[in-house]
Design a protein around this ligand. Structure first.
Ligand code: FAD
Ligand code: NAD
Length: 159
């Protein structure tokens, strides 16, 4: 499964949540199982392992943030996966009562619309209440390793 699914290239996100707007109550974790679900209403989805602390934290707060990482944020993705201790790279900005990672390409602040059990993961569907985005290099996860993807232009190919 991992070898096959690792060939589906993805971006990398940090999923965050907090019970109150203070640094003490923040929890974050790295996730690449993130997808867009619906435009109207605006819904996204994260798949979180039931054994991850994040699963019960999201159930408790009923909300989560998604920060899509930029090309130079690999240390953050390792930090929030517990693979590297790099707290000096962690800086939050607050939107809709949710912490989001400074320097990321996209910020989404979501309230949980529904949560579904799915094997050893939970699927948390979130309604997007705030979004912000920027252009720049993107962090890509492919076959278990990270790459920085430089995007030449941002013209709409359909437009
Ligand atoms: P912990 O393991 O306790 O926390 C994760 C790390 O974040 C710890 O090092 C902790 O110190 C740090 N941290 C937490 N809160 C803060 C804070 N407020 N300030 C500073 N540091 C903090 N798992 C999934 O379930 N779904 C996925 O889609 C997924 N995708 C992944 C993609 C990649 C590229 C990688 C590398 C891992 C992925 N994982 C995924 C695995 C997941 O990131 C780890 O299992 C993670 O450790 C689970 O976090 P946890 O909630 O159990 O908390
Ligand atoms: P990897 O080779 O484990 O990951 C390749 C792909 O396999 C991932 O992109 C994902 O699609 C799938 N995958 C891996 N572990 C999974 C899991 N526990 N549940 C569901 N799908 C999973 O990459 P790696 O660099 O060895 O990963 C580092 C760590 O992060 C490992 O412990 C891995 O389990 C975890 N991880 C978990 C998920 C997830 O839970 N969805 C996704 C990616 C990585």
């Amino acid at each position: 499964m991992r070898k096959a699914l690792g060939r589906f290239a993805s971006g990398v996100t940090i999923v965050t949540t907090a019970g109150a707007e203070d640094a003490e109550s923040v929890h974050g974790m790295t996730a690449n199982a993130f997808t867009s679900v619906s435009l109207d209403p605006p819904l996204v989805l994260v798949s979180i392992a039931t054994k991850a602390k994040m699963d019960s934290r999201i159930r408790a707060t009923g909300k989560y943030g998604v920060s899509i990482l930029a090309g130079d944020q690999e240390p953050l993705s390792l930090h929030f996966a517990g693979a590297l201790h790099a707290p000096e790279t962690v800086r939050f900005v607050w939107r809709n009562g949710l912490p989001l990672l400074e320097g990321s390409l996209v910020h989404l602040a979501c309230t949980v619309e529904a949560s579904y059990p799915a094997g050893d993961h939970s699927l948390h569907v979130g309604r997007v209440g705030h979004l912000w985005y920027d252009d720049g290099h993107l962090l890509v996860f492919y076959t278990g390793s990270f790459r920085s993807l430089q995007v030449a232009g941002h013209d709409d190919p359909w437009g």
